[in-house]
Design a protein around this ligand. Sequence first.
Ligand SMILES: [Zn+2]
Length: 304
Amino acid sequence: MTAVAEPAAVLPLIVIRGESAGPLFIVVAGVHGDEYEGPQAIWEVAQGLPPSSLHGTLLALPVCNPWAFAAGLRSTPDAMDGANLAREFPGALEGSPTQRLARALLEFVLKLKPGLFLDLHSGGTRYSFLPVVGYRGGLGNEDRSRAAARAFGLSALWEMADHRGTFNSETARKGITTVGVEMTGAGGCRREDVAANREGMLNLMRWLGMLRDHPAPEVLGPFRRTTDVLAPVSGFVVPHQAVGGRVEAGDSIARIHSSLFGEIVAEVKAPHAGEVWAMRHLRAIQQGEIITSIARPVGAETDR
Ligand SMILES: [Zn+2]
């Protein structure tokens, strides 16, 4: 007899097995419990995908952290361990609840060896993010992951740095073709973002040969890297730039005001020219948290 680790996590698992043989495609969402575009898109795709049209198998986990999702929080509630699931991979068998969840999720995916792994995120309640699709630079099968990112259909392409603890860095590190997505978030779930996720999932199934209605797109635009700009002090954020807009080096991006009497306590400037890909949405910010992310094409790091 084996002991059952408490508390148990109840994870929804959706499997659509095509009538013809083909690859396995795994899609996950809800690693953060305040990001809704991924779960809704997965539910909608699953409801509308007839097995007769499918070559291979779609396996989806729409809510990877059910404790955070139930509480409407990014991370597991503090009463359990307060951990951010996307900082805990590869997890630990004897760890805290979130560490054990990370371990179980990663083992499950690695055992199945999918032909493609897709991790759906968004800005959640705290950020507004430009819809982007990307892969982890320097990890695993980069060429294949890059090609999959181009097939998703979003025009903004991201070469993400390795980020230990995230689900998609660990799958990429193990050689699984891996793509990640960010949608707007901003405390909501825009209909057009859900639609883009839905179409992106179908496009990746086309790229894999699982759907054969028409070819997947191939977005040619350059991949970009992002620079995170951190809040130098805690306070109340007033953004000066729109997500998706262009800035020059030194442009004002946001001001931080005192959260007591509103006086300006810091001005945040663009570290280099580029596109604003993420902006703090929640007005309250703590020192050291990301206030904005600025993107520029790979290879532009030496540009002034
Ligand atoms: Zn996320």
